[in-house]
Design a protein around this ligand. Structure first.
Ligand SMILES: Cc1cc2nc3c(=O)[nH]c(=O)nc-3n(C[C@H](O)[C@H](O)[C@H](O)COP(=O)(O)O)c2cc1C
Length: 227
């Protein structure tokens, strides 16, 4: 399978990519899987113009001549698209949102309602594609933090989405936290293997990946001591 990773962290040492790389290590244990990683921050992706020219032309391309058309081609060629990005203001960083906004050339103006969700038809059949969203964040676990992102991604990617939202991820770049972060990274490797086999993750696996490494009060205390 062809796996495209869209890394939406602007940082060289992304906390979230540590998790994603562990997941990819598991996925790559199936030798038929090949992985390409695109660091979105290094690409020129302008905001959507809202001109809907793509809906008139319907060639799966944007009229703006920047790096997005190459990303659209890679999305079309790939079987699995992994979106890896940190949570920013309860959502996604603006440069990865620009990529998502500009997927609109793959859709048409015509729409349909299915299971209470309205979506556009697509210029090519995207129904077999799988999507994985891995998002790290700086807060400890609290229910509202990822709520908006979960709704957004469910609406975008539907039934073929596997979403993993991990609290306390700055710990992944703290060497002293290795006794807590290493077991989490190992769980991500196993999850990658599970995903390679089933193209989805069991609910228990996702719960285990999203379980905080530290209790909230301990994490908050450590952060506040260092701020
Ligand atoms: C502009 C900005 C907004 C952020 N917003 C949130 C937020 O809403 N909730 C949260 O828990 N963490 C938030 N964070 C913290 C990041 O999600 C956290 O540092 C994450 O581990 C960074 O991941 P990365 O190293 O992969 O970029 C924010 C960070 C920045 C820079």
């Amino acid at each position: 399978m062809k796996i495209l990773v869209l890394n939406g962290s602007p940082k060289k040492n992304s906390d979230t990519m540590r998790l994603t790389n562990a997941f990819l290590e598991g996925l790559k244990q199936d030798n038929d899987n090949s992985v390409e990683i695109i660091n979105v921050i290094e690409k020129e992706i302008k905001p959507c113009l809202g001109c809907f020219a793509c809906w008139k032309i319907q060639n799966g391309k944007c009229v703006q001549n920047d790096d997005q058309n190459a990303i659209l081609s890679k999305i079309i060629e790939s079987d699995i698209i992994v979106w890896s990005f940190p949570l920013y203001c309860y959502s996604m960083p603006s440069h990865i949102k620009a990529v998502i906004d500009r997927i609109i050339p793959l859709s048409k103006m015509s729409m349909k309602e299915e299971n209470g969700i309205v979506r556009h038809d697509t210029v090519i059949d995207l129904s077999a594609k799988r999507y994985v969203v891995i998002s790290g964040c700086g807060f400890p676990n609290w229910s509202g933090n990822f709520d908006g992102l979960r709704i957004q991604c469910n609406n975008m990617f539907g039934n073929n989405l596997t979403m993993i939202c991990v609290p306390e991820t700055p710990m992944l770049n703290v060497p002293e936290a290795a006794p807590l972060t290493t077991p989490l990274l190992e769980k991500f490797v196993s999850a990658g293997e599970e995903y390679a086999e089933n193209l989805c993750l069991a609910g228990d696996t996702i719960t285990s990946l999203e379980t905080p490494m530290l209790p909230n009060e301990v994490y908050i205390q450590i952060v506040n001591q260092n701020s």
